[in-house]
Design a protein around this ligand. Sequence first.
Ligand code: COA
Length: 150
Amino acid sequence: MTDYTITDVVPEHIDSILEIEKLCFSLPWNRRALENQMNSKSHLFLAAVDGSKVLGYIGMMKVLDEGYISNVAVAPQYRRHSIADALINALIKRTRGSLAFMTLEVRESNAPATALYEKHGFILVGTRKNYYEHPKENARLMTLFFNAEE
Ligand code: COA
């Protein structure tokens, strides 16, 4: 059982997040992009942390009543410990009531992430052809709709 808490990203987390970005993505975000997301009033940026060490994180941009998940990742050695589950649950808890829907893109080959999103109620709403580079690949566009009365 991994011990962690979920908290807003603060400057001390950025170095660990940069490391995880490099391990996870062929086009990782740079420091400035991560800091912009951390400082933006229209973004939520949450991390699962053990002390000052970041195990995983999730970012979401909010525009009116729409949420757009910009990044989700868990450090390879901490995967399959329900950390991504906990990050998505925390994000939904923080935004439920203020959003009509939450959307995201995921590589068609990314089975773990697709399964994660389906588990949380996201459904396939479309495809963006050749959306990704390195390697070129289609994106699945997935959306989680919140009920109006929630
Ligand atoms: N294979 C199949 N399903 C998987 C999976 C895998 N390897 N890893 C996670 N899942 C799905 C399952 O539905 C799982 O639910 P279950 O445990 O009840 O089966 C659910 O995700 C939650 O698992 P969890 O342990 O919380 O996920 P995680 O903490 O290991 O993180 C990712 C999942 C996708 C964030 C992680 O694999 C990762 O960081 N991948 C690289 C970055 C990435 O692809 N980000 C998404 C970009 S769109």
